[in-house]
Write a protein that binds this ligand. Structure first.
Ligand SMILES: [Mg+2]
Length: 315
């Protein structure tokens, strides 16, 4: 396979241009760029068959900017607005996240109208919520998760007394999972090097599954991945076009599902919210977006293309 690729600029209605780059190209500021033939074809495919289109999205780092305290994370208003446009334009609009469904609902502000067809698969698909029916499924967490929380919090306190640079490390409690976040630590690298191995050891000892993302180790009672969640949706809805948007290592299995569908002749795209911290993920993109604002722009364009097709305006 050549290590160069042709790219198409797709921001602000610019005239498409092509270029070659030995590295995955950076998307334009606040915009997006198609980096493969699948990426260049996906808007046409979705516009041609919106009733066969499945759009699945990660939440943090994709629709909501990464912030120091995960409790402060919010979906970008422009991303929320684009999702509202897509709510009635694609067959399936889904959010697949490591967050619990309840928190994802808050972040998406589902008390406000506009997203009455969204499906949320929380905790990598362990939990689910279907806005169309109001049905919510949240299984009860086993006691070992509470044990993990206590011991992880204790480890954080002990580390803070011997390594002050780890102060600020947080333990997030979820239903069925507990997560260590080192992003807010005084010395993030130190906190990660001291506490991430502790969390992994604890996970192994307690028989919990270990999921890792950007400066986060999550210990979870259920072994599911975003690939399982996305595959379940694909099997239920049988789409002709599948778009999965993500930014982090935890999204890679789901992005690989899309790659498999494309290889089999289906339409789709791996839409990646670009982050300097995760170049591995950017290397898998068919569409590369400049962080959540770029994702929002891509979603706006997807909505516009589907809407234009429906109204017979065309391109
Ligand atoms: Mg993410």
């Amino acid at each position: 396979m050549p290590d160069t690729r042709t790219v198409t600029m797709c921001d602000d209605g610019e005239v498409p241009a092509t270029a070659t780059s030995p590295e995955p190209p950076a998307p334009p500021t606040g915009g997006w760029i198609a980096t493969s033939s699948a990426g260049r074809a996906v808007l046409d495919a979705a516009a041609a068959d919106p009733d066969g289109t499945l759009l699945a999205m990660d939440l943090d780092g994709t629709l909501a900017p990464i912030v120091e305290d995960p409790d402060d994370a919010e979906v970008l208003p422009q991303a929320r607005a684009a999702l509202e446009l897509l709510n009635n334009r694609v067959a399936t609009l889904a959010v697949i996240t490591g967050r619990p469904v309840r928190r994802a609902r808050q972040m998406l502000d589902l008390d406000r109208p506009g997203l009455d067809r969204i499906v949320i698969l929380g905790q990598y698909g362990v939990e689910s919520y279907d806005a169309a029916t109001g049905r919510m499924h949240i299984p009860e967490a086993p006691p070992v998760v509470e044990q993990a929380r206590r011991r992880l919090e204790h480890a954080v306190v002990v580390a803070a007394s011997s390594d002050p640079g780890t102060v600020g490390t947080m333990v997030e409690v979820k239903e069925g999972a507990v997560a260590l976040h080192t992003r807010r630590a005084a010395d993030r690298e130190l906190a990660w090097s001291v506490l991430a191995p502790t969390a992994r050891r604890l996970g192994r000892e307690l028989g919990l599954f270990i999921e890792e993302g950007r400066e986060v180790v999550e210990l979870t009672a259920w072994h599911t991945t975003k690939a399982d969640a996305l595959t379940g949706l694909v099997e239920r809805t049988r789409p002709s076009t599948v778009l999965m948007c993500g930014d982090d290592l935890g999204d890679l299995p789901a992005l690989d599902v899309v790659a498999g569908l494309i290889e089999k002749g289906g339409h789709g795209a791996r839409v990646v919210s670009w982050s300097a911290e995760q170049p591995t993920v950017a290397g898998r993109a068919d569409v590369l977006c400049d962080a959540p604002p770029g994702v929002a722009r891509f979603l706006e364009e997807l909505a516009r293309r589907i809407g234009a097709e429906h109204l017979g305006i065309g391109e």
